[in-house]
Design a protein around this ligand. Structure first.
Ligand code: URA
Length: 209
């Protein structure tokens, strides 16, 4: 089973409370999602492998550490995932960015893939799929399906708020995928919103309500 981790750094918890507030406007919401994403990038990259490299300082030669592992891809699930990309790129600026677009079919209520554009070497990259809300898990499961279909192997989901149902569904469908969240909330309500959550992350990021 992949790792499941709540990233409960005090700064992340504090900032998450700011954006949960229904009176937090679009500008602050967007800025704080960015800040949380940057802090989460720091936490989710903790186990990146290092190797020795020789470096000449102004004083002399030494052998020190440099990143050795795979290159990174950040893949937002459209549209709310876009809000987490810039914060992650602050810390991992050389990462490539793929995009996955899905819409919910009105009849089946299931997510349907409509746009997938990924770096050509996706199978060799460590992939951080970003989406603020892990609710039913439907979109995350489909995103992982879409990525695996195109050769992706090393997958992690980074979200802000998760519901227990979503975590369970994603773990069952993709037991190899690590899940990182800033909070594990209580449940989903009958409309599919996370309780207490923060409302519709896409609408709050883009001011579309
Ligand atoms: N998507 C959202 O944006 N919010 C939720 O609470 C659930 C799904």
């Amino acid at each position: 089973m992949g790792k499941f981790q709540v990233l409960d750094h005090p700064l992340i918890q504090h900032k998450l409370t700011i954006i949960r507030d229904k009176n937090c406007g679009t500008k602050v919401f967007r800025e704080v999602v960015n800040e949380i994403s940057e802090l989460m990038a720091y936490e989710v990259s903790r186990d990146m492998p290092l190797e020795d490299v020789k470096v000449e300082t102004p004083i002399g030669w030494t052998t020190k550490k440099t990143l050795s592992g795979k290159k990174v891809a950040i893949v937002p699930i459209l549209r709310a995932g876009l809000g987490m990309v810039d914060g992650m790129l602050e810390l991992i600026p050389a990462a490539k960015v793929g995009h996955i677009g899905m819409y919910r079919d009105e009849e089946t209520l299931k997510p349907v893939e409509y746009f997938v554009k990924l770096p050509s070497d996706i199978s060799e990259r460590q992939i951080f799929v970003v989406d603020p809300m892990l609710a039913t898990g439907g979109s995350a499961i489909m995103a992982m399906d879409a990525l695996k279909k195109r050769g992706a192997k090393d997958l992690r989901l980074v979200c802000l708020v998760a519901a227990p149902q979503g975590v369970k569904a994603l773990q069952e469908a993709h037991p190899d995928v690590d899940i990182y969240t800033a909070a594990l909330d209580e449940k989903l309500n009958e409309d599919g919103y996370i309780v207490p959550g923060l409302g519709d992350a896409g609408d709050r990021l883009f001011g579309t309500k």
